[in-house]
Design a protein around this ligand. Structure first.
Ligand code: SF4
Ligand code: SF4
Length: 262
């Protein structure tokens, strides 16, 4: 998933594999403590939004309105969201305080990966779309001067991103798949709205599933249905499978995509 920092931030183009090793440690004693929580553009994954809105006890639409900004993801034309900065002189994250992150246990995936980035959503001209890792190489980050050895694999496990990546896996596949579409194949506005709702506005998607004719068109067994009523992550995964069926259904492309060439 995309990481901290603006798309224009300089990023060391060193490709890391899961077995690559590096030295890094972040702790309250470093001179740069919380520097990385200021002036960063943090793209949120769907799983991040679920964790954050539940932590803050907000409906997903309120969380989106208060804390996020929408964008279009380069090369995909798909909507993504970033955490909104505070209106202070350092563009601080709304959740940072002098003694650290107030929702550390539920911090976004990008914050957990840092100082690593993941290529899957951080597309750049000329890069391939396979998942790989790289350093977000910010001069202010002193964590690289600490003596603590990691492999990328160990870091992911330590930070809990392996589990989060698993929860987002089918969604990430869908985004990467969309990127491989020819540029003249575009999603309709309605398709983009559906993508946004499933990805980020899970409470609205629940209403859409249960308060419309959705279940008449897409029957679900009783046990699954009960689960979808209360489990946001299960509902999100269900939604992604539905999105795949409507966005990339080769039999009905005209219903969900517009083709400039037609
Ligand atoms: S969510 Fe927490 S860890 Fe991430 S930038 Fe904000 S304060 Fe820092
Ligand atoms: S800049 Fe680097 S070392 Fe400093 S707080 Fe952030 S991650 Fe830790």
């Amino acid at each position: 998933m995309t990481q901290k920092n603006d798309q224009t931030a300089h990023i060391e183009p060193v490709r890391l594999s899961i077995k690559s090793s590096f030295s890094f440690k972040c702790h309250p004693g470093v001179s740069c403590f919380t520097e990385c929580c200021r002036g960063a553009n943090i793209i949120l994954t769907p799983h991040d939004v679920i964790r954050l809105k539940n932590r803050l006890e907000l409906p997903s639409d309120e969380f989106l309105a208060i804390y996020t900004e929408p964008h279009l993801l380069e090369k995909t034309d798909l909507p993504v969201i970033t955490l909104k900065h505070l209106d202070d002189d350092r563009d601080s994250c709304p959740f940072v305080r002098d003694d650290g992150c107030i929702l550390y246990d539920d911090r976004p995936t990008a914050c957990r990966y840092y100082p690593l980035g993941v290529a899957s959503l951080q597309h750049r001209e000329g890069a391939d779309d396979d998942g790989f890792f790289f350093f977000i190489n910010e001069p202010h980050c002193k964590g690289f001067e600490e003596e603590c050895q990691w492999t990328v694999e160990d870091w992911r496990q330590d930070q809990g991103v392996d589990l989060r990546d698993e929860a987002n896996a089918e969604w990430t596949d869908l985004v990467v798949h969309k990127r491989s579409f020819p540029p003249n194949i575009k999603l309709t506005e309605k398709a983009k709205q559906m993508f946004f709702m499933v990805s980020y506005n899970i409470d609205n998607f629940r209403s859409f599933v249960f308060d419309s004719t959705f279940l008449q068109r897409m029957p679900v067994d009783e046990a699954t249905l009960e689960n979808l009523k209360t489990d946001d992550v299960a509902l999100f995964k269900f939604g992604v499978r539905w999105l795949k069926s409507i966005l990339f259904n080769p039999r009905k492309p005209e219903e969900t995509t517009g083709n400039d060439a037609q």
